[in-house]
Ligand binder design. Structure first.
Ligand code: PMP
Length: 455
């Protein structure tokens, strides 16, 4: 179908996620048609290098035959099996066991969801159940980070620390609180790692003291804040927050929806700092976007407390029709095999220096104030003045302008707010593709710099 016709239909009927409705009606949909490896093709035949893995999820690249085969075979054999009433399917059971094998040692039990938002939502519900089970019903307050993202379920969006997810949605709830994020480039007290970590720990302690430890359930965080603008805390931050939670007697819930499955190098970001969370949410790279699936992993202690409280007969009333969907599970098993035996994680690690260097070299560009990354997730922060770190006027829509120009140059990445460009290339990227990414990116930044409004 012609793009023109599809765009007309889209304007009339399709509501897009996290999109300005009227802006979208004016702009129209960008319609993608196919993909292979790190490349996308749009409906008009333009070839695009994808530097964002879809939405930080297609870690394997597009068009991987073995994943398509795994899905097809499972669809032919058994397209659906419920998890209710103790039913199950082989791929779901095997995927749960494989996840536990790969995840931090503290995590033993897996609840499957359709994505990240409902994994966070499941965590919130099970945590409430857990504290009621323990006879500590007052422990119901949650703490998360400003600029954090934990999806957009009706309660999870309140843990998200981004104003557009709260505005007009009556969030955050009165039991949801946020502390400052560890944002090295804009840390008012400077960029000293130890000071940044100490400030975060202190902020958490202060917030728990203010609410009363008997009232606080958990602290939620991403190891690297993704949707908040790829904010990379110092190495050691995650471990320090984990230890702080232990000493404060609150649960530590880590959201690895973006950072999981090799995005930062190891299988999970927790691994790099030997962090053992009480709960962990994953999605995206679990199925590399080929089929929707997320998961909540929890410790044996949480699982057992819930099981004991329910007793011998009562169902634990949390569930979805598509929990542990067998087709998604079959996809997940094959995707995990590709990361490990298929060598994708190793390729990601081997290629990371090309990514890091490419971003760092752009620090000399007049528009770029900060370049940051860990593994294959990174960002450039744009500033109007490098010394004062002054941002450009939001009315200029500089990141959008740059990503629109990049698209015309055959490159796709993500614009955040008024100052950040985010990158998350697939783990299958080659050295040549990194060369092309930075060639096209630099050319785009140069072109935008020439625009009279920007100059
Ligand atoms: N948590 C994090 C850290 C995420 O990045 C996302 C998605 N960007 C979510 C949760 C929500 O996942 P989903 O969009 O699959 O619901």
């Amino acid at each position: 179908m012609s793009s023109h016709y599809l765009q007309a239909l889209d304007r009339q009927h399709l509501i897009h996620p996290v999109t300005n409705f009227h802006g979208h009606e004016k702009r129209g949909a960008t319609i993608l048609a196919s993909g292979k490896g790190s490349w996308l093709r749009d409906n008009d035949g333009n070839e695009l290098l994808d530097a964002f893995s879809g939405l930080w999820c297609v870690n394997t690249g597009y068009g991987v035959e073995s994943i398509v085969r795994a899905a097809t075979e499972q669809m032919q054999r058994l397209p659906y099996a419920t998890g209710y009433f103790s039913f199950g399917s082989e791929p779901a059971i095997r995927l749960a066991a494989r996840l536990v094998e790969l995840a931090p040692a503290s995590l033993e039990r897996v609840y499957f969801t359709q994505g990240g938002s409902d994994a966070v939502d499941a965590a919130i519900r099970y945590i409430a159940y857990y504290y009621n089970a323990l006879g500590k019903p007052s422990k119901k307050h949650f703490i998360a980070l400003e600029r954090g993202y934990h999806g957009s379920s009706s309660t999870g969006a309140g843990l998200t620390g981004l104003p557009v997810f709260h505005r007009n949605f009556d969030l955050p709830k009165e039991n949801q609180h946020h502390i400052a994020s560890p944002y090295p480039y804009r840390n008012p007290a400077g960029q000293d790692d130890t000071a940044i970590i100490a400030a975060s720990v202190q902020a958490l302690r202060d917030k728990v003291a203010e609410l009363g430890a008997d009232n606080v359930a958990a602290f939620f965080c991403e190891p690297i804040q993704g949707s908040g603008g790829v904010i990379v805390p110092p190495v050691g931050w995650l471990k320090a927050m984990r230890e702080a939670c232990r000493s404060l007697d609150i649960l530590f819930a880590v959201d690895e929806v973006i950072t999981g499955f090799g995005r930062t190098g190891p299988m999970f970001a927790c691994e790099a700092e030997q962090v053992d969370p009480d709960l962990m949410t994953v999605a995206k790279g679990l199925t590399a976007g080929y089929s929707p699936m997320g998961a909540l992993l929890m410790s044996e202690a949480i699982y057992q407390a819930i099981a004991d409280a329910a007793g011998p007969d009562l169902a634990v009333g949390h569930g979805q029709t598509y929990s542990a969907h067998p087709v998604s599970a079959a996809v997940g098993l094959e995707v995990l095999r590709l990361y490990t035996e298929g060598g994708l994680l190793a390729n990601g690690v081997a290629q990371t220096p090309h990514f890091t260097r490419g971003l760092q070299e752009l620090l000399s560009h007049p528009l770029v104030g900060d370049a940051r990354s860990r593994g294959l997730v990174g960002a450039l922060e744009l500033v109007a003045d490098k010394d004062s770190k002054r941002r450009f006027d939001p009315a200029l829509r500089l990141p959008d302008r740059i990503s629109e120009a990049a698209y015309r140059n055959g490159l796709v990445f993500r614009a955040f707010g008024d100052s950040i460009l985010g990158f998350a290339p697939a783990l299958c990227y080659t050295a040549d593709e990194f060369g092309l990414l930075f060639e096209r990116l630099k050319a785009t930044l140069d072109q935008v710099l020439e625009q009279p409004e920007v100059r």
